[in-house]
Each structure stands twice: as structure tokens, then as C-alpha cells.
Design a protein around this ligand. Sequence first.
Ligand code: 2BA
Length: 109
Amino acid sequence: MVVKLVIAVVQDSDAGRLIENLNQSNFGITKLASTGGFLKRGNTTLMIGVEKERVEGLLDIIKEMCRPRKQIVTPFPIGPADVFVPYPVEVSIGGATIFVVDVERFEKI
Ligand code: 2BA
């Protein structure tokens, strides 16, 4: 059996519904509380080990449940000199950032 590890970074506001849906579809999930390196705000990272044949179905569910959003970000420091941007900036946050990784060995003990 070929197993893949899908790592999906999603927005907190989509995570609850997504996890519920994935549970109903019998995916095994580990949820990690994560922080975006750019916005420095909380997001959710899901680790999902899954048979290769189920990866596309999993991605379809993630695509359906996770929506891109625009967010206005108040001034924050940027660059090595921590320069402050004195005006709000609109940032587009994707529905999900997904990595599909080969798994050399998968064991449950
Ligand atoms: P953040 O790092 O907080 O990024 C949030 C959004 O800010 C990003 O949305 C992107 O639209 C924007 N952004 C990020 N870096 C930027 C920069 N240097 N300049 C201008 N805008 C920037 P997404 O690309 O949809 O990413 C959403 C979250 O997914 C990220 O939160 C991060 O936690 C994760 N992520 C994105 N790309 C990644 C990667 N290559 N490796 C690991 N995690 C990643």
C-alpha cells in the first residue's frame, strides 16, 4: 500500500467544518495549531496520512471547504530594519496551502 502524507495549512475559520467533514469521510487527521510566518496569526495545519488512491478525493474536500479570503492587516513591521508601514494593507489568504509528501514507511503500533 502506497501512503502519502498530506500537510494542509488552512485558515482557523475553515478548520472546524473541514475536520468534521474529513472525519465523516474516514480520514485520519492530526491537527496542529500553527502560526503564519508572514501575518504572524494563528492558522491550522492538518497532517493526514492517506492511501495514494484517496489523495484526490481528499484534495477535493479541502477545496470545497476552504475559501480564499482577503484580510486588511493593520500596520506591522517589515524587513530587516523593522520599518513600520503606516497604512492598512490588504492581504489575500489562500483557501489552503497543501503539500503532498511521499511516505517511506507507515506503521501503527
Ligand atoms: P502567512 O505566512 O501568515 O501568510 C498569509 C498570506 O500573506 C499568504 O497567503 C500570502 O497571500 C501573504 N504573504 C505571505 N508571505 C508574503 C510576503 N512575503 N509578501 C507579501 N505577501 C505575503 P497564503 O500564501 O495563502 O498562505 C497562507 C498560510 O499558509 C501562510 O500564512 C503560511 O502559514 C502557510 N504557507 C504559505 N506558503 C507556505 C510555504 N511555502 N511553506 C510553508 N507554509 C506556507
